[in-house]
Design a protein. Structure first.
Lengths: 226, 226, 226, 226
C-alpha cells in the first residue's frame, strides 16, 4: 500500500488533544542543517511478490520528488540504507532469526538488498548496511552526521511501523530533530502505518505534509501522487 | 487504564497471519537466565492526576505477582527504572523538551520520579535513571545484564507504546530474548496499547499471558486482576 | 604531578616520524563549533591524599585559563564530568569493581565526586556523572553535543592515560574533532602521561600547546604555570 | 616486531605497586563462558611492506596455538575482525581520514583487509568488518556475544596500542571479563606495545602468559615461539 495522502494525526483530533494535554506531540521544528535518510528502499521491500514486500510505488515517487529538491541544494547530505547479513549468518544473532525469519533472506550482495535503481544513488551519497531496524544501530550513520554538523534528519522510506519509527526514535535520542514527510513513508499494513505515524508524531518526530517539507527545503512542490 | 486481560494478538488473527506470512512474529522463546525489568512504575506515571499519569492499578498488582515469584527464586535479577533529569536540564537535549514537554517535570530526586512504594525494592535490586524511552539507552543496564549472563528479559511496567516497546526493541537489538506478560504492561491510551502490543509481538518480543510467564518461572499462578 | 610543559610528541621525533610514515598522527584541525569538556576534576582525583589522587594544581590552573577564555565567548558549551555510583553498587558491574577497586569509593553525592570549587561551574554548564572512562559511554554527552551542533571537543582534566585518552577516542569514533591542550591534562604517573599523550596524538586527537588553543579561541595567552 | 615473551607488568614492579595502591590492576579472572576475539590479523597489518604493516609472525603462530585449543573444545565462539570501508569512503567520517590517513587503504573486498589464510577461518566463525579501533564500536559483536551468553573475551591480534587496548576497554565497559595472552598480541612499536600492555592490565583486562590461558582452556601448552 502507499502512504496516506494526509497525516494521520489530522484525523484523530481527540486522541491528539489527549496526548497534547499529557505533554506529548510538541514540535521539534527545523534545525540549521538537514540530511535526508532514505530507509530500506531495496528489492525485498519494494517488490510486492517478496516475503516482506508491498506496493510502495507512491512512496517511491514521493521520495523521488524529495531527492530532486535535495540534490539541487547541493548541501543536504543523503544517506541510503538497506539490511544485509553474511550468507552464513555468522553476524546475525539467533534471536533476530527466531523473531523475524525473513531476516534470513537478506543476504549481503544479493539482489534483494540492492537499492531500487530509480533512486539513482550518486557516488558521494552514503549507502549503509544496517543490521537492525534503526539506521543508527551498529552503523556509522551517527558519525557521518556529526562530522557534517547535521542537526535535522528527514526520514523517508519503509516501513513506518518498523525501521522508520525506530530511526526517528534514535534520532531524537541522539539529539537530532527528526521530520517525517507523511506521504514519503509506507508500510505493508494500513492500520500499522496509521497507528505508528501517530506515535511517531507524538513521541519522536514532526510528521508533516510532504509539501511543507519541500517548501522548507526551498524547492517547489509539484503535483503529488497518492 | 489497565492492560487488556488477553493479549491483543489473539484478537487479530487475520493481521497476525499476514505478519506470519511475511516472516514476522516468530517466537524467541525462553533462554537460560531471565531478568525482570520493571519500567517507569513511578509517581509521574502511576498517579492519574499527573500530566502523564493514568490508572495503572491492575498493572501494578500483576507486577507484584511477578515480583513475588521472582524474589522466591533468588537467582533472577530485578532492575527498576525511572526517568530523571537535572533540575537545570543541563543534561537534557532541547529536542526532547520540545517534543515531550512533560520531560521538564521529571526532576531528579523529586517525588514524581520515585518508585511506587508497593514495589518494595530491595537494596540489591538495581534502580536506574534512564534519560530516554529505552531502558538500555545511555544507562548501565546492558553492562549489568552482561555481567550476570542474563539472556532473557521480562519487560513490565509502562507505557506499552513508549518505554515498553522501545526497551523490547533494544533487548532484541543487543541479542536478548524479550518476553512481555501482556497483563503487566499498561498505557494511557487503550488503542495505543493494543496497536503497540501487536507490533511488539510481531517484531521484538514474545507477548505472553502472565500465567504462562509465572508458570515458566516456577511459581504458581494466583488469580489475576484486570 | 602536573602535565609536561611541552607536548610529548615534540620530544620523540623519530617515533613520530615512524608513525607519520605509517599513516598516523595527521591533524584533525579545528571545526566550526567547539565545546570544552572538563574531565573528572573532582576531589577523588585532585586531592593527593586520596587513593587515586595526585597533585593536579598546575592542570587546574591551566583549565582555569581556558574557562576564562571560553566563558567570555559565550557560545562555547562547557561540560564537566565526574564518576559516581549508587552506594549499594547495584548499578556497577562486578568486573569494574574487580579490575579497579577504587571504583567503590566513588559514591554518588559524596564529597569525593564533587567538582573542585575553583572551577565555579555555572548553572547552564552541564555536569555529567559517567560510569566509565569515556565521557561518552552511557551518558547524555553525545546528545548534548549533537543538539548544539558541536563538531570539536577540547578535552582537559585527568587522567591522561585513562579518561582523557578514552574520551578522545570516543570523540573521533563519533565524528568529532578532538583537541588536547597538553598542559591542561595530567596523570599520576609521568611515564603513563607521556606514553599516552603520544598515542592520543597519533590516533585520536590533536595535542597542542595550550597557548595555541587559547589563541584559537580568540583569547590572549597569559603566563602559564607548569 | 613480535610481542614481548614476558608480560610487561612483570618488569615494572614499582610502577605496578603504585597502581595497586591506587586501586588499579585487580584481577577480573575467568568467567563461565569465554570467546576468542582475533583482531585485525589481515594483510594490511601482517605484511611488513604495507603502510601500517609489521612483522607479526610470532603473534600469528601463538594465535594458531590458541585456535587449535579453542576449536577442539567446540563450545568457545571465535570472532575475527578486520577494518574496511566503502571504496568511495562515503561511510568514513572525514575526521578519521584526517587523523589516520592509512584508513583510505582499507577498501572493502580488497586483499589488504582479508584475513591471513593461516587462520583458516571456519564458516561458523564470525567475520566482522569494524570501522574503528574497538571491535565493539558500530558492529554486531556485542549482540553476537550476548546471544551466546559469553561473559569472558580472550583478545588477541594487533595492535596492542590501538585496537587491542580499545577492544579490552569496551569489553570491560559492557560487563565482560577480558583476558589478553601477552604473547598473542603485537604492535609495530616495541615501546608502544610495552606501555599499553601495562595500561591494559592496570585498567581493562588481565594480561596473562599465554601458557596460563592455554592451560585454563583445557589444552596443553606446546613450545612457544617468540
Amino acid at each position: 500500500m502507499t502512504a496516506a495522502p494526509q497525516p494521520h494525526r489530522m484525523d484523530n483530533r481527540e486522541l491528539l488533544d489527549q496526548y497534547l494535554a499529557a505533554g506529548f506531540a510538541g514540535r521539534v521544528g527545523w534545525g540549521e542543517r538537514p540530511a535526508l535518510l532514505v530507509i530500506d528502499m531495496a528489492g525485498a521491500w519494494t517488490r510486492p511478490e517478496e516475503m516482506i514486500g508491498s506496493d510502495l510505488g507512491g512512496v517511491l515517487e514521493n521520495i523521488g520528488l524529495l531527492l530532486d529538491v535535495v540534490r539541487k541544494t547541493d548541501d543536504i547530505p543523503v544517506v541510503f540504507t538497506t539490511m544485509a547479513y553474511d550468507a552464513t549468518f555468522s553476524d546475525l544473532p539467533l534471536v533476530t532469526r527466531l523473531k523475524t525469519p525473513h531476516s534470513e533472506q537478506m543476504i549481503r550482495g544479493s539482489d534483494r538488498v540492492q537499492l531500487v535503481p530509480q533512486l539513482r544513488r550518486l557516488p558521494h551519497e552514503a549507502f549503509i548496511e544496517k543490521p537492525r531496524a534503526s539506521a543508527f544501530f551498529n552503523t556509522n550513520l551517527l558519525s557521518i552526521l556529526v562530522a557534517q554538523r547535521v542537526d535535522t534528519v528527514i526520514v523517508v522510506g519503509c516501513s513506518t511501523s518498523g525501521c522508520i519509527r525506530s530511526t526517528c526514535e534514535s534520532a531524537l535520542d541522539y539529539g537530532f530533530r527528526a521530520i517525517v514527510p507523511a506521504e514519503a513513508v509506507g508500510d505493508r499494513s494500513a492500520s500499522a502505518h496509521e497507528a505508528n505515524l501517530f506515535d511517531i508524531n507524538a513521541r519522536y518526530a514532526d510528521v508533516l505534509p510532504i509539501q511543507e517539507v519541500i517548501g522548507h527545503l526551498g524547492g517547489r512542490g509539484p503535483a503529488l501522487t497518492g
